[in-house]
Design a protein around this ligand. Sequence first.
Ligand code: SF4
Length: 269
Amino acid sequence: MGQKTRHILSLSGGKDSTALAIFMRDKIPEMEYVFCDTDKELRETYEYLNYIEAYLGKKIIRLNAAVGFDHWHQVFGGYLPSPSMRWCTRQLKLKPFEEFVRDDPIISYVGIRADEDRVGYISHKPNIRTVYPLKEAGIDYAGVIKILEDSGIGLPPYLKWGRTHSGCYFCFFQKPIEWVRLLETYPEDFDKAQAYEKVTDQPGKTFTWIQGMPLSELRKPKNVKKIKRRYAETQERYYKARGNKTLVEVLAELDVPTREPTACLICHL
Ligand code: SF4
């Protein structure tokens, strides 16, 4: 007899993977829900996971409980991860997931929506088959919001203060305006993020979250003002071009194009 297939859904604390978990709850009772914890997630994410857990009536298995970001930061000699050097995703999200699934036959459920063109993390491990139930069911952005609202779980709470994605509070994928919001909402987290940076005169020895802009500079009132102004100007241009938006769209900044690199799906879905 062949090995039994395991069903695994990896939550990120973001709206799409949460909606997927709600959508799948009664379809696959043996689903295993996991969350790869960097130990540096947004404080609201931990709270949000508790609501999800209560709704699912099942424990969300936390991976990495003992070895979080700081361990790997040390192993990488203080080198901060960046869009081109995402050691954090590899060590704290992908690896723990693959260790958890072992060599068992797996169906991995990923929350890509019907209105999205991107692909999620697809393991090259031959025992993992990835499926996209939201996409397959034609569930788009509005559908995800409806699932979250109907369940009573609602949108991730960090959207209220303007953070647009789940993940670490210091994630290098966040936009300058999100750094400003972090500074204004949770200054102690901004200070902690800043403490990871190392600014020196020696080439190759400077580590900052944003290339060329240490947080010690970003936080200066004149720079905060500049970032806010630039953001307001971009918003205004797009409001004019796109007409009325719903509150949810505003919060999620869905229609504001960005030149930032594509964020990491496993952390942010
Ligand atoms: S949220 Fe950002 S910093 Fe955290 S593990 Fe993912 S890519 Fe890295």
